[in-house]
Write a protein that binds this ligand. Structure first.
Ligand SMILES: *Cc1c(COP(=O)(O)O)cnc(C)c1O
Length: 387
């Protein structure tokens, strides 16, 4: 008996991290001591006061039922007060915030609320793969915007043909950026808002890494005058509070767009576990020194890795934010060949830039999700390689 997959599923490229994970598992099965710098998943635990809030919340039977809807009023108020404090952005908890099962939930479902088959969606590349997959699944046509060094890793919107801008339904953005770790200046967002108004597309900004910075704190897209008329921001507790496994995030901004995502979600899930929402409230409203400590840990790792690789002759982008290091591959190598060599000969897992988009060819991404000692061990292994 055959069980044919739907055409939409066949359109998807293989999910990159699954493929990398399979290679890593095979090496582990052979007994290799793998240093995993592949998937961007924090290795640090969720701070104790957040776990304690969840433990207490678990005791309340009301929290065992279907949560439904946009999220607890208290949760949305916590998000609003965090946005006010952190960015100086005012959000109405009733209409401008909706809880998500992690920001990926909103990122992947949002095109289904707004994209008709054949609609164009602007997506940067290289990028987090979820934007592209979701647009393909919704029947949209991705128009890719290369992120190039010469443009400071910002999409060159002036270079997009006018008819494409006119057809575009959504522009996805992500700063601080995965995989390159670039940040966007205010003037870029201002241009984006102006173009979105002019051509009538929506802006979906993924701000998952807004708290993982080492210089100046990045601004929110919603800081820009008029941003709330054209767009929304996806955010999450995942990276800020080491809560990737908990699955809690939110979408905020334009009320009509937020509502559109909520209408769809009502048909897919039944809300975020209230225990997890209460943990997120503790995270957002509690002491923030855990976030500062998190930054200190990643800053130290970044310094060790960037300096170490640099000393070995690698050309590395010193990231002002995120826990990724974007590095040029050695002469004569492709991204995939470099990843294979690092895995086979040094037992180091990293991500080929080309797997995140064609402009990522010639680069690899290292996720600094292991302690400094392991990074030093990885550097020693790389030093022994012959290229
Ligand atoms: C990790 C990450 C997220 C966060 O995803 P969650 O679903 O909130 O865990 C969002 N966007 C990007 C680009 C990421 O790398």
């Amino acid at each position: 008996m055959r069980h044919d997959y739907a055409e939409r599923l066949k359109k998807l490229p293989p999910y990159l991290f699954v493929a990398i994970d399979e290679k890593k598992k095979a090496a582990l099965a052979r007994g290799a001591d793998i240093i995993s710098l592949g998937v961007g998943d924090p290795d640090l635990p969720t701070p104790p006061h957040i776990i304690e809030a969840a433990r207490a919340s678990m005791e309340n039977p009301a929290n065992h039922q279907y949560p439904f809807g946009a999220g607890l009023k208290k949760f949305r108020e916590a998000v609003a007060s965090w946005y006010q404090k952190r960015f100086g952005v005012a959000l109405k908890p009733e209409t401008e915030i909706h809880a998500l099962l992690g920001s990926k939930d909103g990122i992947t479902h949002s095109p289904f609320s707004f994209v008709n088959p054949g609609d164009t969606v602007l997506i940067p590349e290289p990028a987090y793969p979820a934007y592209n997959s979701a647009v393909l699944l919704a029947g949209g046509i991705p128009h890719h915007l290369p992120l190039l060094e010469k443009n400071k890793y910002l999409p060159d919107l002036e270079a997009v043909p006018t008819d494409v801008l006119r057809k575009a339904k959504i522009l996805f953005l992500n700063y601080p950026n995965n995989p390159i770790s670039a940040v966007a200046p205010r003037s870029f967002y201002e241009d984006v808002v102006q173009l979105a108004r002019l051509y009538g597309f929506m802006v979906f900004h993924d701000a998952a890494y807004s708290e993982m910075y080492y210089d100046e704190a990045p601004i929110s897209f919603l800081n820009i005058d008029g941003a709330k008329d054209v767009g929304i921001e996806f955010h999450s507790c995942s990276k800020t509070y080491n809560m990737t496994g908990w699955r809690i995030g939110w979408v905020c901004g334009n009320a009509e767009i937020v509502k559109g995502i909520g209408l769809l979600k009502d048909n897919f899930d039944s809300g975020a576990f209230q225990v997890v929402q209460e943990a997120a409230i503790a995270a957002l409203t509690g002491p923030q020194d855990c976030v500062r400590k998190m930054r200190d840990v990643y800053r130290e790792r970044r310094d060790v890795w960037v300096t170490g690789l640099g000393r070995l002759g690698w050309k590395v982008f010193n990231p002002p934010a995120t826990f990724y290091v974007w590095a040029r591959v050695p002469e004569g190598y492709t991204s995939v060949r470099t990843v294979e060599k690092l895995l086979e000969e040094a037992h180091i897992v990293c991500t080929p830039g080309s797997g995140l988009g064609p402009s990522g060819e010639g680069y690899v991404r290292f996720a600094l999700t292991v302690p400094v000692k392991r990074l030093q061990e990885a550097l020693q292994r790389i030093e022994r390689l012959k290229w």
